[in-house]
Design a protein. Structure first.
Length: 318
């Protein structure tokens, strides 16, 4: 059963208003809370925290304290961090005992939206985390689990009339987030989450997602490792595509050259009568070995390769 639909666009308007996430809170809710009473949210799209930048933030906190309060909600006897996990981690690293927090009554959907929005506003957001955060927003807008989002988006891409309200929510939410259309997101960056683990890890470390989509099409980890190294050395998207083309051996190049020559009339015109008769005899023998159906298909492929358009009757006559 589909979950109750969430007003994603309206919540994003609140989260991304003039005061950002503080639109959801009041100043009189500000208090100090022990770092030991806080726990990360399960809705955190961020999966990695760079140790060097975390250390820099910890040093800043030692000197200036935590300048931006965390947004938290009650979770049993503890409090769950809705926004500000990085500050909390840095505060613990700086051995700070308490941090400023805003305590807010948020349901799961509001907490998920707030966490996703905070991550999307980060400067060091990598494409994998971006896709995961936007998938969460789409799930909230459609009222479905996250693992069903992409299949549902593909349906709505072809048949938007099935859920006009959901499409409207998606349009407004994605426009509010970054101006990107959800249709473009589905066709491009959304494919990142289907990539092999080694390629996704490379994206997190700075690999351009367009290069990653090319590399991710390879099944073998060794082949992917080779292209990942090429990308690290500066290979462009086109260079990576070229590297995927098969490396033809001498025998294969010879075979293709012969097939190409047989399809070029100017080459045949240079032959004398004896040579032409010999070629016709060899072609006849090949036709018997391979079968007429295969030869006819080969003729069509050669015509296509050379840009030749022949009437069916002519081809049959030949």
């Amino acid at each position: 059963m589909a979950r109750k639909r969430f007003d994603a666009a309206g919540t994003l308007d609140a989260l991304l208003g003039p005061s950002g996430i503080t639109q959801l809170i009041n100043r009189d809710q500000l208090s100090m809370m022990s770092v030991h009473d806080l726990s990360p949210t399960p809705y955190q799209p961020r999966t990695t925290f760079d140790e060097s930048t975390l250390a820099d933030l910890a040093e800043s906190i030692r000197v200036n304290g935590v300048l931006q309060p965390l947004l938290v909600r009650r979770a049993g006897t503890r409090y769950e961090i809705v926004a500000g996990e990085r500050r909390w981690r840095a505060a613990k690293l700086a051995e700070v005992e308490a941090v400023p927090v805003y305590v807010r009554d948020l349901d799961d959907q509001q907490a998920a939206a707030a966490s996703a929005v905070e991550n999307l506003m980060r400067e060091d957001l990598n494409p994998v985390e971006e896709v995961e955060a936007k998938r969460r927003i789409a799930a909230l807008a459609l009222g479905i689990p996250e693992d069903e989002v992409f299949s549902r988006l593909r349906v709505l891409l072809d048949r938007p009339e099935e859920d006009p309200e959901g499409v409207a929510q998606l349009d407004q939410a994605f426009q509010r987030l970054s101006g990107e259309k959800w249709q473009s997101f589905l066709k491009n960056k959304a494919r990142i989450l289907n990539l092999p683990g080694d390629v996704k890890q490379a994206i997190k470390q700075g690999l351009d997602y367009r290069k990653a989509l090319v590399i991710g099409g390879l099944d073998g980890p060794e082949e992917r490792a080779h292209l990942l190294q090429l990308a690290e050395d500066g290979a462009t998207v086109q260079m990576l595509r070229d590297a995927l083309k098969p490396d033809l051996n001498a025998q294969e190049r010879r075979r293709r050259s012969v097939i190409r020559s047989l399809g070029q009339q100017r080459v045949l015109n240079r032959l004398n009568a004896r040579e032409r008769a010999r070629v016709e005899k060899l072609v006849g023998e090949l036709e018997q070995i391979l079968g007429r159906g295969h030869v006819g298909k080969a003729e069509a492929d050669v015509d296509q390769e050379n840009g030749v358009s022949r009437p069916e009757s002519k081809r049959a006559k030949d």
